[in-house]
Ligand binder design. Structure first.
Ligand SMILES: [Zn+2]
Ligand SMILES: [Zn+2]
Length: 438
């Protein structure tokens, strides 16, 4: 159910990298041989044979990351991003698979739209892409899509991302169909009657700036409702871009009573707060859900530690430059995030000792299983899904431009450590910033 353009299978010997894969139980300096796109051998002092040798000395090799939440803007908004640029951007961030949202123009709400999108991905996508279809037709929140037909056409699951499923009865019906056709239902949680015309987090900072706020309860009250619905129908739901302490508590409570619920947090909500807006009303800092308080950020970090927060997802949301070059109140919501996810989390949370590196690596590909995909692991016989990183390498976000077509990155101008040198996705080299060795 993943699509990508054909890529030649790699033959590589990655020599002397610190191989870290918590699931495979690896945390030591090793050589990894990739033959015909598969992990063929893991050991010490392996012979190069015919393979290209990649110098891993002083570098880290992780299982590739999987992003369960990106906006590739295809079909219809290719001025923001397209399948080629979006997957190139993801590969540059160490991703070996991404799941694209259906809030496009037209909406991915029918088998023919999904079919032609998948065909385009088989021509253009640099790494494997999976697609969610919408829960309701045209994201209008009124009528369900043909969920069974969409599943047969290859949808991994369903979401109305960008919007909540506002009517409880509609979501209940979707959960009933899910029993027949499977596929995760991913939810953007926000009560529009509480969010109103808010443009940032409702709190002290919004009061000081005199801007309309989006309260945390806009998110958490809907999570509580939807967790109840999922529990009642024994459905499987995934909560997208958790941003608030109350939301973490709502998910924890649902998990404690056995609801089949998972959730994600984004690098920006894990590393930034609304106080950034006191310095500058930069529209790159405007996203939905908004950057919240330090207390909320701490709750998300605790959630990663405790397991309440299952994975890290970027919600990569590209916009054209002119769309963001407007006053803060008028700017569209969203930040790009594929190229900065690892480095932002590494710099702000791992390097200062807040979270262990192994935990972050695991959370960066835990989204795979939540979307029904295999989790990349560094094991013999598995497809090569690998990312080679130089943790010590510093770079300034945006200094050399972006692989994404868009520039609306909330980390622009920040100095980060942790540079992705090479990404091998589904056995093929998808990104490299390394000189070719002999
Ligand atoms: Zn959303
Ligand atoms: Zn989104």
């Amino acid at each position: 159910m993943l699509d990508q353009r054909p890529t030649p299978p790699a033959d590589l010997l990655i020599r002397g990298a610190h191989v870290l894969d918590p699931r495979a139980g690896l945390d030591e300096r090793l050589d990894v041989r990739v033959r015909g796109g598969e992990i063929a051998e893991i050991g010490r002092d392996l012979e190069a044979a015919e393979a290209e040798v990649v110098d891993g000395e002083g570098r880290h090799l992780f299982p590739g990351f999987v992003d369960p939440h990106v906006h590739l803007r295809v079909p219809g908004q290719e001025h923001k991003e397209d399948l080629e640029s979006g997957t190139r951007s993801a590969a540059a961030g160490g991703y070996v698979a991404v799941v694209a949202m259906p809030n496009t123009a037209p909406t991915v709400d029918s088998a023919p739209v999904l079919g032609s999108l998948r065909e385009a991905a088989r021509r253009e996508a640099r790494i494997p892409v999976g697609f969610l279809a919408s829960v309701t037709r045209g994201l209008a929140g009124e009528a369900l899509t043909e969920m069974a037909e969409l599943r047969e056409a290859g949808a991994l699951g369903f979401t109305d991302d960008g919007k909540p499923v506002h009517r409880a009865g509609i979501l209940r019906k979707a959960l009933q169909y899910q029993k027949l056709c499977g596929g995760v239902i991913a939810l953007h949680e926000e009560d529009p009657t509480l969010s109103g015309k808010g443009v940032m987090h409702e709190g002290e900072v919004s009061a000081r700036l005199g801007l309309a706020g989006i309260p945390s309860i806009s998110e958490s009250t809907l999570i509580a409702r939807d967790a109840s619905l999922a529990g009642y129908e024994d459905g499987r739901i995934h909560i997208q871009h958790l941003s608030a302490r109350e939301s973490v508590e709502a998910v924890a409570a649902a998990k404690a009573r056995g609801v089949r619920i998972s959730c994600e947090a984004s690098p920006h909500h894990l590393t930034l707060t609304d106080e950034a807006l006191l310095e500058t009303l930069d529209t790159r800092l405007k996203m939905n859900p908004p950057l919240r308080s330090e207390d909320d950020r701490q709750a998300l970090i605790d959630g990663l530690r405790s397991g309440v927060v299952d994975c890290i997802a970027t919600d990569h949301a590209p916009h054209a430059r002119e769309e963001k070059e407007v006053p803060f109140e008028e700017a569209p919501m969203g930040t790009t995030g594929s190229e900065t996810a690892f480095a932002a989390v590494y710099t702000d949370l791992v390097a200062p000792g807040v979270l262990p590196l192994a935990l972050v690596v695991a959370k960066l590909n835990a989204g795979a299983a939540l979307m029904g995909l295999p989790t990349p692991e560094i094991r013999v016989g598995r497809p090569a899904d690998l990312v080679l990183v130089d943790l010590a390498a510093e770079w300034e976000v945006g200094e050399a431009g972006y692989e994404s077509r868009a520039e609306n990155c909330c980390f622009a101008g920040r100095r980060l450590s942790g540079r992705v040198l090479m990404t091998v996705a589904a056995g093929g080299v998808a990104h490299r910033k390394l000189p070719v060795a002999a």
